[in-house]
Design a protein around this ligand. Structure first.
Ligand code: SF4
Ligand code: F3S
Length: 370
């Protein structure tokens, strides 16, 4: 057992697999407030990566409706029910992670979904927390809510899948922290499926091996964002890297949004895997529900999001979402614009804070408008 610092928990924790931190860590920010659950990301991923035999029920990217939806069915509830509820003292987790309340063999606490759990991809879609009385939609604000949660592998800093595999077939790349399964080494033990608290490794019944999101690594190696990020028509996603070997950088948009300003929060940080998909919490949802999903920073993040118009640096970073298919590693606000540069130092995005508007003449012949 290695002793590792987990900044998301505000403390050290034990982790059963010792390896140095990667040179940089792939990370994502998803703005839940903007997601319309069009599933463009899901289809882009599915058609590109998992359209083969045995991959029919494999969704490396899925978008589910909370509070009732989830794929595979009850992926989070089944684990939460086995564990004591997370308790925080300030920003420090007082309860145990899945690595600390493990059973025999030092394996992380987990569960293996059954076949039926993979039978309904979008169960609970659009279900809200109650019934709106007739006419309630038109009367103004009603107390019901739901929201869409887009999910991919978190390429965790302390991956449970890596820790669990008895064949050491799962590994984390040093150059970018992407977590992969070596298909030659895998013998289909499914310890990775059982251990991953997010259920983002999937067993292939035809090849008898497990497969998972590959972080679109062939694209990342070319400096391009993942397909689910590029295809997102709501521009809710940003893909980049967190600094791991030094202090967070103010000019790195991911460092800035996640670590410096704490606007985007990890999903179920109490599990202890240090997931690297960070969510801007939905402002319309009660804090009580969100805190068990995203930890004790929810209220602060929501307040920050509501005051964005007065916060040019943070707003500038958010304007870069969906602005380019290149991975932005550096950004700067200059006057009325925010500029983004890729890893080679080339300018790849320039977005104005205020879009220029042009009011067309009613009889504008140029556009043939009447
Ligand atoms: Fe492994 Fe699951 Fe973390 Fe992905 S989300 S790295 S599959 S533990
Ligand atoms: Fe290991 Fe999972 Fe394969 S536990 S052997 S990577 S199915």
């Amino acid at each position: 057992m290695a002793e590792r610092h987990n900044w998301q928990l505000g403390r050290d924790m034990t982790y059963p697999y010792d390896a140095p931190l990667p040179q940089k860590q792939v990370a994502y920010v998803f703005d839940i407030n903007k997601c319309i659950e069009c599933q463009t990301c899901t289809i882009a991923c599915k058609t590109c990566w998992t359209s083969g035999k045995g991959e029919e029920s494999m969704f490396w990217n899925n978008v589910e409706t909370k509070p009732y939806g989830g794929y595979p069915t009850g992926w989070d509830l089944k684990l939460l029910e086995r564990r004591e509820p997370a308790q925080w003292q300030g920003e420090v987790l007082k309860t145990k992670t899945i690595f600390e309340d493990h059973g025999p063999l030092d394996l992380p606490t987990g569960h293996l979904p059954g076949t039926m759990d993979y039978s309904a991809v979008n169960l609970g879609e659009d279900d809200i927390t109650g019934t709106v009385e007739q006419g309630g939609h038109f009367a103004g604000i009603h107390p019901m809510w739901m929201f869409y949660l887009a999910r991919i592998c978190n390429h965790c800093t302390h991956p449970a899948c890596v820790a669990a595999c008895p064949r050491q077939a799962v590994y984390k790349r040093d150059e970018d922290g992407i977590v992969l399964i070596d298909q030659q080494r895998c013998r289909g033990y499914q310890a990775c499926v059982e251990a991953c608290p997010y259920k983002k490794t999937f067993f292939n019944l035809v090849s008898r091996t497990s497969e998972k999101c590959i972080g679109c690594y062939p694209r990342v190696e070319q400096g391009e964002v993942a397909l689910c990020v590029e295809s997102c028509i709501g521009k809710i996603r940003m893909h980049g890297f967190l600094t791991t070997q030094s202090e967070p950088r103010e000019d790195n948009p991911l460092d800035y949004i996640i670590k410096i300003r704490r606007l985007a929060l990890p999903l179920y940080p109490q599990f202890g895997t240090s997931p690297n998909v960070y969510y801007i919490p939905p402002v319309h949802v009660p804090d009580g529900f969100l805190e068990q999903l995203f930890g004790p920073q929810v209220d602060q993040a929501k307040t920050l999001y509501r005051s964005l118009k007065d916060d040019k640096q943070l707003l500038g970073a958010l304007l870069l979402f969906g602005a380019t298919n290149r991975i932005i590693e550096k950004f700067k606000v200059e006057g009325n614009e925010v500029i983004g540069w890729d890893g080679k130092g080339e300018e790849v995005a320039r977005v104005p804070f205020t879009e220029p508007t042009r009011i067309r003449d009613y009889y504008d012949k140029q556009y043939d408008v009447y």
